[in-house]
Design a protein around this ligand. Structure first.
Ligand code: ATP
Length: 632
């Protein structure tokens, strides 16, 4: 069965809760609705009482029939049964209505908590776990949880029925009652033994479903890439495997659950046969009446029904329990970014200092206390130090994987570093009020994400209270042409993820959003994709406006940015290997000059490809002679 389990491992943040802890936790959600829960409990008791009165009345009727009852008595008994039936319906109706409301409210609260937890998770959480699986926890797992609660109410009412029936049986004939009751523990023991296997297979089924969700979600998000690389068939194949796995696991779960019924049916069959035999003999001997014997046979059915229901509902019950376990694990996942203080940071001037910062993504072992010397760790920033004075325009360059984005992830506090200090205006970043601090940061990622809505909605995203005039002012500060190019100006619908806008327009919207937010620190991960020269000029002008008067850190991919930066740092394997301004660095002919020739030089208006060819040729001919790049 090992192959079945592939891909169904728990997520790193999953945890097992004891049944007690789970129930206590679930109860905490129900406490605010205790009035409704009490009413439901009352209905359960009344419903159970009514359910027992009916067979007792029938049994009395049978006994009366052996004598010579008056017609009115029989009519009275029939009326009692009818009234009890009606009352049973009423109690059940009230119970269902109020329990549905209470469960609905609890699921609402649980889903809100789960969603809030998702929003609070660190960026590392999203990097590590597939979004489809996260979605699955918030949607289907909370729903499964609702099922468990409804079932629990059903089971409780049936168990109560068992208790009442047991009391009735003992008062009629204790020997027969003993025989009947003796089978109860056997059935319960069988159900309990089954519990662990049930929980395990159920958990696996939920994980398998989460994998199916994750697979669909990823494909839909990356459909453009998949199509452009013609990977539809491969993706479909992959999905089939995941889906097949989910099917196999479900099948196995079904087999496990269905195996309990034959056992329980066998047990109840034996018990009924025994009662019929012994009860029949007692009735023949005259120690119990026929009515009492009938009541026993009826009681048996009532007695076994809840017990077999427990087993039949067990699958859903377990599903609900492990679903709640998964939701609670999501809510309880430990954050990695932990603030040690809550100091107000309403206005920053934007001085940033990395002081011997050690950072790795590999936090598998406990390194949060900081053991920078640990040799086995793949440090992305090994003791990184840098001071960015307030208001400086800093361009960060370096080959892919050098650690440029990681620097930004630390400044934005998306990730936690393991040792050293990161100071903002001389204050420990970990001591600042995170929400206030983040409001001081304007981040424009490589491919700016726009939410569905209009251009204006997106510009207003960071400051929902901004008026249309504010939005327009911010947008116009980046120039007027780009707004005129939009079909409906600022009211243009951007489509999902901004798909209806060009990359340059999306960048301008993102820049306007930052302008409106007016942060002290501006961070830009420049797009690598080239845009047309006109938009490029617009974006550059917009950038100049945004960068004015604030600390700006740019992962630079464009010549115009590096040229105008106050300072450029060149990163290699998480260390600064060169720094200075464009001209000085180029003149020194080091790593930056090499990067310039690889990435930036062709963006220069003076760039002549044919000169490049002849330069390469002569460089080849000169063999190992050091290469001196042209100034841009
Ligand atoms: N979420 C992550 N989990 C694990 N390792 C990561 C993660 N993000 C980046 N890394 C690793 O950290 C190192 C630095 O990555 P980083 O993204 O900072 O480089 P970069 O200079 O920004 O590269 P690029 O220019 O390609 O974006 C790389 O070796 C990368 O594989």
């Amino acid at each position: 069965m090992g192959f079945l389990m592939d891909g169904l491992a728990a997520e790193a943040y999953d945890r097992s809760y004891s049944d007690r802890a789970l129930i206590r936790r679930i109860w905490r959600y129900f406490r605010p609705h205790s009035g409704r829960v009490a009413l439901v409990a009352l209905m359960v008791v009344l419903g159970s009482l009514v359910a027992t009165v009916i067979p007792i009345t029938i049994s009395r009727s049978i006994e009366l029939l052996t004598g010579d009852p008056a017609a009115q008595v029989l009519i009275g008994l029939a009326a009692i049964i009818a009234v009890m039936g009606a009352l049973g319906w009423f109690f059940n109706f009230v119970r269902q209505t109020f329990s549905a409301r209470a469960v609905g409210d609890v699921v609402l609260a649980l889903r809100e908590d789960a969603y809030r937890a998702v929003l609070q998770r660190d960026m590392s959480f999203y990097d590590q776990y597939a979004s489809g699986r996260i979605v699955s926890r918030v949607t289907s797992d909370t729903q499964d949880f609702a099922t468990v609660v409804t079932l629990t109410i059903d089971l409780l009412s049936q168990l109560l029925l068992v208790v009442i029936i047991a009391v009735v049986m003992v008062t009629i004939n204790w020997q027969l009652a003993l025989i009947t009751l003796a089978t109860g523990p056997i059935v319960i023991a069988a159900a309990l033994t089954f519990r662990h296997v049930a929980r395990l297979t159920t958990r696996q089924a939920q994980r398998a479903l989460a994998n199916v969700n994750a697979s669909i979600q990823e494909t839909v998000s990356g459909i453009a890439v998949a199509k452009s690389f013609r990977q539809e068939a491969a993706i479909y194949q992959q999905f089939r495997q995941t889906n097949e796995l989910a099917f196999q696991v479900r099948l196995r779960q079904g087999l496990v659950f269905s195996s309990i019924f034959p056992i329980l049916n066998l047990l109840s069959g034996i018990a009924i046969a025994t009662i019929i035999y012994f009860g029949g003999r007692l009735a023949l001997g005259g120690s119990v009446s026929v009515g009492e014997w009938y009541l026993f046979v009826q009681s048996l059915a009532i007695y076994f029904f809840p017990l077999t229901s427990i087993a039949s509902f067990w699958s859903q019950f377990q599903q609900g329990l492990s679903a709640s376990e998964r939701v609670f694990a999501l809510i309880d996942a430990e954050p990695k970014v932990v603030q040690i203080g809550n100091e107000p940071a309403p206005h920053l001037i934007g001085r940033i200092e990395f002081r011997d910062v050690w950072f790795t993504y590999d936090t598998g072992q406990d390194r949060t206390a900081g053991s920078p010397s640990s040799a086995s760790v793949q440090w992305v920033l090994p003791g990184f130090s840098l001071v960015i004075p307030a208001g400086q325009k800093l361009a960060v360059v370096g080959h892919t994987g050098a650690g440029k984005s990681s620097l930004i992830k630390l400044i934005t506090r998306f990730y936690e570093f393991q040792a050293g200090q990161l100071l903002i205006d001389g204050r420990d970043i970990r001591a600042l009020d995170l929400a206030q601090y983040r409001r001081q940061i304007g981040l424009v990622p490589q491919s700016p994400f726009l939410f569905s809505g209009t251009v204006a909605d997106n510009i207003r995203y960071g400051r929902p209270e901004a008026t249309m005039a504010d939005v327009e002012t911010a947008a116009r500060r980046l120039g007027s042409e780009w707004i005129a190019d939009l079909p409906h100006g600022l009211e243009t619908d951007v489509g999902e993820r901004g798909a209806r806008l060009s990359l340059g327009q999306r960048q301008l919207v993102a820049l306007a959003r930052v302008l409106l937010q007016n942060p002290s620190i501006f961070i830009l991960d420049e797009a690598t994709a080239s845009i047309d020269p006109f938009t490029e000029t617009q974006v550059q002008e917009g950038l100049d406006v945004v960068m004015q008067g604030r600390t700006s850190i740019i992962i630079a991919h464009r010549l115009s940015t590096v040229r105008t930066a106050d300072r450029i740092i060149v990163l290699k394997q998480g260390r600064i290997i060169e720094e200075g301004n464009h001209d000085d660095l180029l003149a020194s002919g080091g790593h930056y000059a090499e990067l310039y020739n690889t990435y930036f030089r062709h963006q220069s208006l003076d760039y002549k490809p044919w000169e490049e060819e002849s330069r390469e040729l002569s460089a080849k001919n000169l063999g190992s002679q050091a290469f001196r790049p042209h100034a841009g």
